[in-house]
Design a binder for this molecule. Structure first.
Ligand SMILES: [Zn+2]
Length: 366
Protein backbone atom coordinates (compact mmCIF):
# COMPACT_ATOMS: atom_id res chain seq x y z
CA UNK A 1 0.00 0.00 0.00
CA UNK A 2 1.60 3.21 -1.10
CA UNK A 3 0.32 6.49 0.04
CA UNK A 4 1.27 9.71 -1.56
CA UNK A 5 0.25 11.81 1.39
CA UNK A 6 1.17 11.40 4.96
CA UNK A 7 -2.05 12.56 6.47
CA UNK A 8 -5.67 11.66 6.28
CA UNK A 9 -8.32 14.27 6.69
CA UNK A 10 -11.45 12.80 8.03
CA UNK A 11 -13.88 15.60 7.85
CA UNK A 12 -12.79 16.82 4.48
CA UNK A 13 -16.22 16.47 3.00
CA UNK A 14 -17.69 18.79 5.53
CA UNK A 15 -15.32 21.56 4.73
CA UNK A 16 -15.72 20.97 1.04
CA UNK A 17 -19.46 21.09 1.35
CA UNK A 18 -19.17 24.36 3.10
CA UNK A 19 -16.78 25.49 0.43
CA UNK A 20 -14.37 27.16 2.73
CA UNK A 21 -11.23 25.50 1.62
CA UNK A 22 -9.90 22.18 0.56
CA UNK A 23 -8.85 20.29 3.63
CA UNK A 24 -7.62 17.27 1.80
CA UNK A 25 -4.35 18.99 1.18
CA UNK A 26 -1.46 18.61 3.47
CA UNK A 27 0.06 21.96 2.99
CA UNK A 28 -1.30 24.98 4.68
CA UNK A 29 -1.06 28.24 2.87
CA UNK A 30 0.38 30.36 5.61
CA UNK A 31 3.78 28.84 5.22
CA UNK A 32 3.86 29.23 1.51
CA UNK A 33 2.86 32.79 1.27
CA UNK A 34 5.17 35.58 0.51
CA UNK A 35 6.24 37.74 3.30
CA UNK A 36 4.00 40.71 3.74
CA UNK A 37 5.67 44.06 3.83
CA UNK A 38 4.30 44.88 7.23
CA UNK A 39 6.11 47.79 8.67
CA UNK A 40 3.70 48.88 11.32
CA UNK A 41 1.04 46.70 12.89
CA UNK A 42 -0.95 49.73 13.85
CA UNK A 43 -1.53 50.69 10.27
CA UNK A 44 -3.62 47.59 9.64
CA UNK A 45 -7.25 47.36 10.39
CA UNK A 46 -8.73 43.92 11.00
CA UNK A 47 -10.49 44.00 7.64
CA UNK A 48 -7.40 44.50 5.60
CA UNK A 49 -6.51 41.46 3.50
CA UNK A 50 -2.84 41.78 4.13
CA UNK A 51 -3.47 41.76 7.84
CA UNK A 52 -4.48 38.14 7.59
CA UNK A 53 -1.73 37.33 5.17
CA UNK A 54 -3.96 35.35 2.89
CA UNK A 55 -1.88 33.38 0.45
CA UNK A 56 -4.30 33.84 -2.37
CA UNK A 57 -7.67 35.28 -3.16
CA UNK A 58 -10.64 33.00 -2.93
CA UNK A 59 -12.19 32.87 -6.32
CA UNK A 60 -15.33 30.86 -5.81
CA UNK A 61 -18.55 32.05 -4.40
CA UNK A 62 -19.28 30.82 -0.96
CA UNK A 63 -23.06 30.94 -1.18
CA UNK A 64 -23.21 29.45 -4.67
CA UNK A 65 -21.12 26.50 -3.67
CA UNK A 66 -23.04 26.07 -0.50
CA UNK A 67 -26.31 25.81 -2.37
CA UNK A 68 -24.87 23.86 -5.24
CA UNK A 69 -27.58 21.41 -6.29
CA UNK A 70 -25.16 18.58 -6.81
CA UNK A 71 -24.30 18.70 -3.14
CA UNK A 72 -27.85 18.42 -1.93
CA UNK A 73 -29.17 15.94 -4.48
CA UNK A 74 -30.07 12.41 -3.41
CA UNK A 75 -28.61 10.69 -1.46
CA UNK A 76 -27.21 13.83 0.06
CA UNK A 77 -30.43 15.65 0.73
CA UNK A 78 -30.57 17.96 3.71
CA UNK A 79 -30.43 15.96 6.90
CA UNK A 80 -30.42 16.64 10.57
CA UNK A 81 -26.66 16.73 10.60
CA UNK A 82 -26.63 18.94 7.56
CA UNK A 83 -29.04 21.26 9.31
CA UNK A 84 -26.85 21.46 12.38
CA UNK A 85 -23.84 22.30 10.25
CA UNK A 86 -25.62 24.86 8.18
CA UNK A 87 -26.91 26.38 11.41
CA UNK A 88 -23.33 27.01 12.54
CA UNK A 89 -22.52 28.38 9.18
CA UNK A 90 -25.50 30.67 9.08
CA UNK A 91 -24.55 32.01 12.47
CA UNK A 92 -21.19 32.87 11.01
CA UNK A 93 -22.61 34.50 7.91
CA UNK A 94 -25.11 36.50 9.91
CA UNK A 95 -22.43 37.84 12.19
CA UNK A 96 -22.21 41.54 11.37
CA UNK A 97 -18.47 41.23 11.74
CA UNK A 98 -18.18 38.23 9.44
CA UNK A 99 -14.92 38.32 7.60
CA UNK A 100 -13.94 35.63 5.17
CA UNK A 101 -10.21 36.27 5.31
CA UNK A 102 -10.21 36.10 9.07
CA UNK A 103 -12.26 32.92 8.93
CA UNK A 104 -9.63 31.23 6.81
CA UNK A 105 -6.81 32.72 8.79
CA UNK A 106 -8.21 31.31 12.04
CA UNK A 107 -8.97 27.92 10.52
CA UNK A 108 -5.44 27.62 9.24
CA UNK A 109 -3.83 28.82 12.44
CA UNK A 110 -5.85 26.42 14.54
CA UNK A 111 -5.20 23.50 12.23
CA UNK A 112 -1.52 24.19 11.99
CA UNK A 113 -1.24 24.65 15.74
CA UNK A 114 -2.72 21.25 16.60
CA UNK A 115 -0.59 19.65 13.91
CA UNK A 116 2.64 20.76 15.55
CA UNK A 117 1.66 21.16 19.19
CA UNK A 118 3.43 18.90 21.65
CA UNK A 119 2.48 18.98 25.30
CA UNK A 120 -0.40 18.67 27.74
CA UNK A 121 -3.79 18.19 26.26
CA UNK A 122 -7.42 18.36 27.19
CA UNK A 123 -10.35 16.95 25.30
CA UNK A 124 -13.67 18.73 24.98
CA UNK A 125 -14.28 22.40 25.64
CA UNK A 126 -13.97 21.99 29.40
CA UNK A 127 -11.99 18.79 29.47
CA UNK A 128 -15.16 16.74 29.73
CA UNK A 129 -13.63 13.97 27.59
CA UNK A 130 -10.31 13.83 29.44
CA UNK A 131 -11.01 10.65 31.36
CA UNK A 132 -12.82 8.95 28.54
CA UNK A 133 -10.01 9.91 26.17
CA UNK A 134 -7.38 8.29 28.37
CA UNK A 135 -9.50 5.20 28.87
CA UNK A 136 -10.28 4.74 25.19
CA UNK A 137 -6.67 5.30 24.18
CA UNK A 138 -5.58 2.62 26.63
CA UNK A 139 -8.19 0.25 25.25
CA UNK A 140 -7.36 0.96 21.63
CA UNK A 141 -3.64 0.56 22.30
CA UNK A 142 -4.27 -2.87 23.73
CA UNK A 143 -6.91 -3.83 21.22
CA UNK A 144 -4.90 -3.20 18.05
CA UNK A 145 -1.44 -3.46 19.54
CA UNK A 146 0.17 -1.14 16.99
CA UNK A 147 3.86 -0.60 17.17
CA UNK A 148 3.80 3.17 17.41
CA UNK A 149 3.18 5.96 19.82
CA UNK A 150 -0.16 7.60 19.19
CA UNK A 151 -0.81 11.10 20.41
CA UNK A 152 -4.21 12.74 20.54
CA UNK A 153 -4.27 16.51 20.29
CA UNK A 154 -7.49 18.27 21.20
CA UNK A 155 -8.49 21.24 19.08
CA UNK A 156 -10.39 24.04 20.77
CA UNK A 157 -11.95 27.32 19.70
CA UNK A 158 -10.63 28.74 22.98
CA UNK A 159 -7.10 28.55 21.57
CA UNK A 160 -7.99 31.48 19.35
CA UNK A 161 -9.04 33.53 22.35
CA UNK A 162 -5.99 32.88 24.45
CA UNK A 163 -3.39 35.64 24.20
CA UNK A 164 -0.36 33.39 24.66
CA UNK A 165 -1.58 30.62 22.39
CA UNK A 166 -2.76 33.00 19.69
CA UNK A 167 0.60 34.74 19.85
CA UNK A 168 2.36 31.37 19.59
CA UNK A 169 0.32 30.56 16.52
CA UNK A 170 0.99 33.87 14.84
CA UNK A 171 4.66 33.83 15.66
CA UNK A 172 5.05 30.27 14.39
CA UNK A 173 2.87 30.22 11.31
CA UNK A 174 2.25 33.73 10.06
CA UNK A 175 5.30 34.62 8.07
CA UNK A 176 4.31 38.24 7.82
CA UNK A 177 5.26 38.55 11.47
CA UNK A 178 8.93 38.85 12.27
CA UNK A 179 9.13 38.43 16.01
CA UNK A 180 7.14 37.78 19.15
CA UNK A 181 6.52 41.42 19.79
CA UNK A 182 4.82 41.80 16.45
CA UNK A 183 2.92 38.60 17.09
CA UNK A 184 1.62 40.00 20.41
CA UNK A 185 0.54 43.20 18.67
CA UNK A 186 -1.37 41.26 16.04
CA UNK A 187 -2.88 38.93 18.63
CA UNK A 188 -4.11 41.89 20.67
CA UNK A 189 -5.88 43.39 17.67
CA UNK A 190 -7.50 40.06 16.95
CA UNK A 191 -8.53 39.57 20.56
CA UNK A 192 -10.19 42.98 20.49
CA UNK A 193 -12.02 41.90 17.35
CA UNK A 194 -13.04 38.63 19.02
CA UNK A 195 -14.60 40.51 21.87
CA UNK A 196 -17.09 42.19 19.64
CA UNK A 197 -18.02 39.07 17.68
CA UNK A 198 -20.21 36.28 19.04
CA UNK A 199 -18.78 33.84 16.46
CA UNK A 200 -15.10 34.63 16.17
CA UNK A 201 -13.80 32.33 17.47
CA UNK A 202 -16.57 30.66 19.49
CA UNK A 203 -18.37 29.13 16.55
CA UNK A 204 -17.80 25.32 16.53
CA UNK A 205 -16.56 25.66 13.01
CA UNK A 206 -13.23 26.98 14.26
CA UNK A 207 -12.42 23.63 15.87
CA UNK A 208 -13.82 21.28 13.30
CA UNK A 209 -10.84 19.16 12.40
CA UNK A 210 -10.46 15.42 12.67
CA UNK A 211 -7.37 14.05 11.04
CA UNK A 212 -4.51 11.65 11.31
CA UNK A 213 -0.84 11.91 10.47
CA UNK A 214 1.62 9.15 9.77
CA UNK A 215 3.76 10.28 12.70
CA UNK A 216 1.13 8.99 15.14
CA UNK A 217 -0.77 12.22 15.58
CA UNK A 218 -4.54 12.22 15.87
CA UNK A 219 -6.52 15.43 16.11
CA UNK A 220 -10.12 15.75 17.20
CA UNK A 221 -11.79 19.14 17.35
CA UNK A 222 -14.42 20.11 19.90
CA UNK A 223 -16.57 21.63 17.18
CA UNK A 224 -16.84 18.34 15.32
CA UNK A 225 -17.84 16.54 18.53
CA UNK A 226 -20.36 19.25 19.30
CA UNK A 227 -21.96 18.86 15.90
CA UNK A 228 -22.42 15.13 16.46
CA UNK A 229 -23.86 15.62 19.92
CA UNK A 230 -26.11 18.44 18.69
CA UNK A 231 -28.01 15.93 16.57
CA UNK A 232 -28.71 13.88 19.64
CA UNK A 233 -25.88 11.35 19.66
CA UNK A 234 -24.47 10.49 23.05
CA UNK A 235 -21.28 12.52 23.42
CA UNK A 236 -19.22 9.60 24.75
CA UNK A 237 -20.21 7.46 21.82
CA UNK A 238 -19.39 10.29 19.43
CA UNK A 239 -15.94 10.76 20.95
CA UNK A 240 -15.20 7.04 21.00
CA UNK A 241 -16.40 6.52 17.45
CA UNK A 242 -14.33 9.38 16.02
CA UNK A 243 -11.28 8.22 17.97
CA UNK A 244 -11.67 4.60 16.85
CA UNK A 245 -12.01 5.67 13.22
CA UNK A 246 -8.89 7.82 13.40
CA UNK A 247 -7.01 5.08 15.22
CA UNK A 248 -7.55 2.67 12.36
CA UNK A 249 -5.84 5.11 10.02
CA UNK A 250 -2.76 4.58 12.18
CA UNK A 251 -3.06 0.85 11.49
CA UNK A 252 -3.20 1.69 7.79
CA UNK A 253 0.01 3.68 8.14
CA UNK A 254 1.66 0.89 10.07
CA UNK A 255 0.80 -1.79 7.53
CA UNK A 256 1.39 0.49 4.59
CA UNK A 257 3.73 -1.93 2.84
CA UNK A 258 1.90 -5.14 3.60
CA UNK A 259 -1.60 -4.03 2.72
CA UNK A 260 -1.14 -3.44 -0.96
CA UNK A 261 -4.72 -3.85 -2.17
CA UNK A 262 -5.07 -0.16 -2.89
CA UNK A 263 -2.10 -0.18 -5.24
CA UNK A 264 -4.52 -1.16 -7.97
CA UNK A 265 -6.47 2.07 -7.60
CA UNK A 266 -5.55 4.73 -10.04
CA UNK A 267 -7.01 7.78 -8.42
CA UNK A 268 -7.01 9.32 -5.00
CA UNK A 269 -10.80 9.32 -4.72
CA UNK A 270 -10.83 5.52 -4.87
CA UNK A 271 -7.98 5.23 -2.41
CA UNK A 272 -9.68 7.64 -0.05
CA UNK A 273 -13.01 5.83 -0.27
CA UNK A 274 -11.38 2.48 0.42
CA UNK A 275 -9.37 3.81 3.38
CA UNK A 276 -12.34 5.59 4.89
CA UNK A 277 -14.76 2.69 4.52
CA UNK A 278 -12.18 0.43 6.10
CA UNK A 279 -11.78 2.85 8.99
CA UNK A 280 -15.55 2.77 9.50
CA UNK A 281 -15.53 -1.02 9.31
CA UNK A 282 -12.69 -1.38 11.81
CA UNK A 283 -14.08 1.33 14.10
CA UNK A 284 -17.38 -0.53 14.25
CA UNK A 285 -15.48 -3.74 14.99
CA UNK A 286 -13.85 -2.11 18.01
CA UNK A 287 -16.99 -0.25 19.07
CA UNK A 288 -19.10 -3.39 19.10
CA UNK A 289 -16.54 -5.85 20.39
CA UNK A 290 -17.07 -7.22 23.89
CA UNK A 291 -13.42 -6.57 24.62
CA UNK A 292 -13.59 -3.19 22.93
CA UNK A 293 -16.14 -0.47 23.60
CA UNK A 294 -19.08 -2.92 23.92
CA UNK A 295 -21.75 -0.82 22.23
CA UNK A 296 -24.73 -2.66 20.81
CA UNK A 297 -25.70 -2.29 17.18
CA UNK A 298 -28.81 -0.27 17.94
CA UNK A 299 -26.70 2.52 19.39
CA UNK A 300 -24.01 2.20 16.79
CA UNK A 301 -26.48 2.26 13.97
CA UNK A 302 -27.92 5.50 15.27
CA UNK A 303 -24.46 7.01 15.37
CA UNK A 304 -23.45 5.79 11.94
CA UNK A 305 -26.74 6.70 10.34
CA UNK A 306 -26.91 10.18 11.75
CA UNK A 307 -23.29 11.14 11.50
CA UNK A 308 -22.92 9.87 7.96
CA UNK A 309 -26.07 11.00 6.40
CA UNK A 310 -24.70 14.43 5.87
CA UNK A 311 -23.26 12.47 2.99
CA UNK A 312 -20.32 12.78 0.79
CA UNK A 313 -21.63 12.84 -2.71
CA UNK A 314 -18.49 14.27 -4.15
CA UNK A 315 -17.60 10.87 -5.51
CA UNK A 316 -14.79 12.28 -7.60
CA UNK A 317 -13.33 14.30 -4.77
CA UNK A 318 -9.83 13.26 -3.69
CA UNK A 319 -11.13 13.12 -0.13
CA UNK A 320 -14.22 11.09 -0.94
CA UNK A 321 -15.35 8.99 2.03
CA UNK A 322 -17.95 6.78 0.36
CA UNK A 323 -21.64 7.46 0.25
CA UNK A 324 -23.67 7.36 3.48
CA UNK A 325 -25.12 3.97 2.51
CA UNK A 326 -21.70 2.50 1.85
CA UNK A 327 -20.38 3.81 5.14
CA UNK A 328 -23.32 2.43 7.08
CA UNK A 329 -22.93 -0.92 5.39
CA UNK A 330 -19.20 -1.01 6.14
CA UNK A 331 -19.94 -0.26 9.78
CA UNK A 332 -22.62 -2.90 9.95
CA UNK A 333 -20.29 -5.58 8.61
CA UNK A 334 -17.56 -4.45 10.98
CA UNK A 335 -19.98 -4.80 13.86
CA UNK A 336 -21.12 -8.21 12.68
CA UNK A 337 -17.55 -9.37 12.47
CA UNK A 338 -17.09 -8.39 16.11
CA UNK A 339 -20.36 -10.02 17.02
CA UNK A 340 -19.31 -13.29 15.46
CA UNK A 341 -15.71 -13.22 16.66
CA UNK A 342 -16.50 -12.23 20.22
CA UNK A 343 -18.27 -15.50 20.80
CA UNK A 344 -14.92 -17.12 20.44
CA UNK A 345 -13.57 -14.55 22.87
CA UNK A 346 -10.68 -13.22 20.88
CA UNK A 347 -9.68 -10.11 19.06
CA UNK A 348 -8.73 -10.34 15.41
CA UNK A 349 -5.39 -8.82 14.50
CA UNK A 350 -5.32 -5.69 12.30
CA UNK A 351 -4.33 -7.82 9.30
CA UNK A 352 -7.20 -10.23 9.91
CA UNK A 353 -9.63 -7.34 10.10
CA UNK A 354 -8.10 -5.92 6.96
CA UNK A 355 -8.63 -9.26 5.16
CA UNK A 356 -12.22 -9.40 6.37
CA UNK A 357 -12.75 -5.91 5.03
CA UNK A 358 -11.32 -6.89 1.65
CA UNK A 359 -13.85 -9.69 1.44
CA UNK A 360 -16.62 -7.29 2.24
CA UNK A 361 -15.34 -4.69 -0.19
CA UNK A 362 -15.07 -7.11 -3.07
CA UNK A 363 -18.41 -8.76 -2.32
CA UNK A 364 -20.08 -5.37 -2.32
CA UNK A 365 -18.47 -4.43 -5.59
CA UNK A 366 -18.17 -0.86 -4.36
ZN1 LIG B 1 -10.99 8.93 8.15
Amino acid sequence: MKKTGIGIWCCGMLLIIFALQSCSKEKIGLEDQKKNPITSQKSFSPISKSFYSEPELVTYSLSNRFYDESLVATPCEATEFGNVLSGYFEDLLKDPLFNFELLNYYLELNRKYVTYYVGDNYYGEDGEFNQLGKKRMRELTKFWNLNREIILNGQHTAFLNDREILTDMIESFDRSVRNREEAYAKADLLLAFNESSPNFPENPYFAFDAFTKSNGLLVIGDGLLKSITDIGIDSKLAFTAVLAHEWWHQAQFEYDEEWDYIDQFSNSAEISKFSELEADFAAAYFLGHKRGATYNWKRLEEYFRLSFNVGDCLTQSPSHHGTPQQRLLAAKFGYELADSAQKKGFILSPSEVHSAFLEFYEAMGI
